[in-house]
Write a protein that binds this ligand. Structure first.
Ligand SMILES: Cc1cc2nc3c(=O)[nH]c(=O)nc-3n(C[C@H](O)[C@H](O)[C@H](O)COP(=O)(O)OP(=O)(O)OC[C@H]3O[C@@H](n4cnc5c(N)ncnc54)[C@H](O)[C@@H]3O)c2cc1C
Length: 222
């Protein structure tokens, strides 16, 4: 956010990245045999089949947060390898740690045909992952960011939803609609004081999309 909030009231943003990589169907099959329960990162999933109409190319999507996202962004360096080669090595090494004991197949760096790395915190238009409160922030900042500052500045966004749905569109929508309603109420009160009528036909949308609702409708979350 620009200008930045004073550090004492700055909500923590989580570090998160995505790594999309194209593989052959045989690699996808190896991936299916992994134990996701042992994944150090959030998850890897099959994002697309038959990429660009090619029936022998699939896309796997890796979603990571925190320490592992940082490791993917700045992978352990190996002499003679580029940063992207180090990243692929780190990912492949980690995938191999997720193998079930009985699985013989191993992943190789060559399994990754091509890739796109999205480092959201470093991207100038994203500037971060989603808000992820640090220790004490829920109680210290939750109410503060939800309350108009000196009755003049209204915060809205997923970080200002009293941490009910931080990290989700739901939180941003609830907080934005709530702030709009508060602003209108405040404007109406001022107008009433000056005896000038105002059109206040605004009400909170009753059917905000809910994450649970999206699941129930069969949509995938990511
Ligand atoms: C990779 C990723 C995957 C996600 N997946 C999901 C998902 O599947 N489901 C889900 O519910 N949520 C998901 N989220 C979270 C969701 O995108 C956010 O919670 C939501 O977009 C937050 O909305 P917001 O309005 O608070 O902020 P934003 O959407 O970030 O909007 C803030 C806007 O303010 C603009 N801005 C910033 N500074 C200025 C300035 N000085 N002047 C003018 N404009 C400015 C920014 O450009 C931006 O457009 C995901 C987030 C990421 C990063």
């Amino acid at each position: 956010m620009e200008p930045a909030l004073p550090s004492a009231i700055q909500p923590q943003m989580g570090y998160l990245v995505k790594y999309l990589f194209n593989v052959r169907p045989a690699t996808t099959q190896k991936f299916r045999n992994l134990s996701q329960a042992h994944a150090p990162w959030a998850m890897v999933w099959e994002a697309e089949k038959n990429v660009d109409g090619l029936d022998d190319v699939d896309t796997l999507a890796l979603f990571a947060g925190g320490r592992h996202a940082k490791n993917i962004a700045k992978p352990p360096q190996v002499a003679g390898l580029t940063e992207e080669q180090c990243r692929r090595k780190y990912i492949v090494d980690t995938l191999n740690k997720m193998r079930k004991p009985e699985t013989k197949e191993v992943f190789a760096v060559e399994d990754i045909l091509s890739s796109v790395f999205m480092d959201y915190p470093q991207d100038k238009f994203f500037g971060g992952g989603y808000s992820c409160p640090g220790v004490g922030e829920v109680t210290r900042l939750g109410e503060f960011l939800h309350t108009p500052f000196q009755n003049k500045v209204y915060f809205a966004g997923e970080f200002a939803c009293r941490y009910k749905w931080n990290g989700f569109m739901e939180g941003a929508l609830i907080s934005g609609a709530g702030a709009a309603k508060e602003i209108l109420k405040s404007a109406t009160t001022k107008r009433e004081r000056s005896k000038t009528p105002i059109n206040s036909q605004f009400s909170l949308p009753t059917k905000l999309p809910s994450v649970i609702g999206l699941f129930n409708q069969g949509h995938k979350l990511f």
